[in-house]
Ligand binder design. Sequence first.
Ligand code: ADP
Length: 150
Amino acid sequence: MKRAIFPGSFDPITLGHYDIIKRGIRLFDEVIVAIGVNSAKKYMFSLEQRKQFIEAAFKDEPRVKVVTYEGLTVDFCMKHKVDFILRGLRNPADFEFEKAIAHTNRDLAPVETVFLLTAAKTSYISSSIVREVIRHNGDYTLLVPDSVRV
Ligand code: ADP
């Protein structure tokens, strides 16, 4: 079974993430959306809320699993027999950042990183922009799946 992990903060999940997950399940038998827990980071949404937003968005897709994890992504992959890491690429800055992480992960474990270019219509969306719109009472609903409601 081909399984991929899609790791991130998802604070909150956006239509950009949604697009990558939807396309990911056409490539893999199972996509595990893995919310990384970083105790040093401040989040807008609690871990439980972030998990619920994603679960509700994919309630009709049993091949999408949502988990939370601590530690290195490659350790999660080794422990749960996941061979692929799925990531989205929006722009050259994402590429440079992702390249270093993917090379490091390859040094650490036999896990292949698969990149999907973001859909043109969602490539400008980021969780940090969504949070900014929410903070200032803007219409964030255009940027996130219907399951994300504040
Ligand atoms: P982090 O930045 O903490 O790793 P994110 O939740 O922001 O976590 O991103 C997780 C993954 O989703 C990354 O691969 C990122 O490139 C991808 N991603 C973020 N925003 C978009 C978008 N608008 N379109 C497609 N992929 C995206």
